[in-house]
Design a protein around this ligand. Structure first.
Ligand code: GDP
Ligand code: MN
Length: 387
């Protein structure tokens, strides 16, 4: 679960990381009111779940009330690479002497947390990473311990931070590591971590992703998801407890088990198709659950055909077939379905489906065959070519 900048900064502040205080607002009038209370100059910042806001014109400094109104007016509603700005963060503008970079993330291949730090942060960090990777200091941390102060000081020195700043950098790194570990984050990044002319080290931006599976341990973080900007179908699915992720294509996909669904996405792509979603039906097979899943898949207007990929284990294929038949009786979908049933009672499942003769439902025995059929159907070519 990705957090907006200001939500990330609230987490930072809870762990003692220095940030500027400010206010999140949703209208020009509130932006002006907040700026007047905070004191000028202020910075008006688009709150969207995508980086590069500065370059896109979504971060502006305002010296007085009329400039705040002007920037707020222009940034609210702005589209930043597919993300509509609905919230602004207004904070007192900082004077910047240097821009550093700091991040903590999980290095899966090393099975350890990784701290990355550079004294060359700012909006060109990708350039730095690509052309002078030696400017990024990378240190793994013992996952059973924490980032120690000595390690943090060592990182600051290795990166070439000025001597008088190393204590401040170490404070920031230790606090950032604490955010990452105690909040169950998968990423905690600050770019830029600024040095002010008064030689203070402070987080000017925040990019935090929390592990959704650990949210139950953090009831105080549960309200942080960007609900306003969340996809409507994903929001509904989350409310219904269904694992659904919207994708860009036109082939609806349902499978039982996350791994099977992932490989189904791959097989559809290899057959030349483009999946419209990820949906893991888990062990559910009753008509109610299947109907719910079908409704979610079809709520996406882009869907031209649907692939059900069921591997029967504990969930038997005949149960799934019955669930599907009951669901079809209630919703009679207008797009073609391909159902691949394999595993426990697969023959019985396919027989039930064939007997029910549901309009527009095709059965397949293998995953590849099913993928080819559904891709042909989505392209409106019929199943003749593949079947
Ligand atoms: P991003 O572009 O989405 O990463 O947004 P940032 O919050 O990192 O802001 C982009 C850039 O705007 C920063 O790297 C700074 O150079 C600049 N900026 C942001 N806030 C301030 C501020 O308070 N004062 C000044 N002088 N520049 C700022
Ligand atoms: Mn940034």
């Amino acid at each position: 679960m990705d957090l907006l900048e200001y939500q990330g900064k609230q987490l930072f502040a809870r762990h003692g990381l220095k940030v500027s205080s400010g206010e999140a607002v949703g209208s020009v009038a509130d932006a002006v009111r907040a700026a007047n209370a905070i004191g000028y100059p202020v910075v008006v910042k688009a709150q969207v779940l995508i980086g590069g806001r500065g370059k896109a014109g979504g971060v502006k400094i305002a010296r007085d009330e009329s400039e705040v109104a002007e920037h707020a007016e222009r940034i609210l509603g702005m589209d930043i690479r597919g993300h509509t700005v609905r919230t602004l963060w207004i904070e007192h503008a900082s004077d910047i002497a240097s821009e550093y970079y700091a991040a903590v993330l999980l290095d899966r291949s090393a099975k350890r947390p990784l701290v990355i730090f550079s004294v060359e942060g700012g909006v060109e960090i990708e350039e730095v990473a690509e052309h002078s990777p030696d400017k990024l200091v990378r240190r793994h941390v013992d996952p059973l311990g924490a980032l120690t102060r000595a390690e943090a000081l060592d990182i600051a020195a290795a990166a070439g931070a000025d001597e008088d700043l190393r204590e401040g950098v170490a404070d920031a790194l230790v606090a950032l590591y604490e955010v990452w570990s105690e909040e169950d984050a998968t990423l905690a990044e600050i770019n830029p971590l600024i040095v002010t002319p008064q030689r203070e080290v402070r987080a000017l931006d925040a990019k935090v992703s929390l592990d959704g599976n650990a949210l139950y341990r953090h009831p105080e973080n549960q309200g942080l998801s960007d609900r306003e900007n969340q996809d409507e179908i994903e929001r509904r699915a989350a409310e219904e407890g269904v694992q659904y992720v919207k994708l860009d294509g036109d082939i609806g996909v349902l499978g039982n088990g996350a791994g099977l669904v992932m490989s189904t996405l791959d097989v559809v792509a290899r057959a030349g198709g483009s999946p419209a979603n990820f949906l893991d039906a888990g062990g559910g097979s009753d008509a109610q659950k299947i109907r719910q899943a079908v409704e979610l898949i079809l709520a996406n207007d882009a869907v031209k055909a649907v692939l059900f990929n069921i591997f029967g284990g504990i969930t038997r294929c005949d149960e799934v077939a019955r669930g599907l038949i009951a669901a079809f009786a209630e919703i009679s979908p207008q797009v073609p379905f391909v159902v691949r049933l394999d595993g426990t009672n697969d023959r019985e499942g396919r027989r039930l489906l064939e007997e029910a003769a549901l309009p527009n439902v095709h059965t397949a025995k293998t995953m590849n065959e099913a993928a080819e059929m559904v891709v042909a159907l989505a392209a409106d070519k019929g199943v003749g070519a593949a079947a």
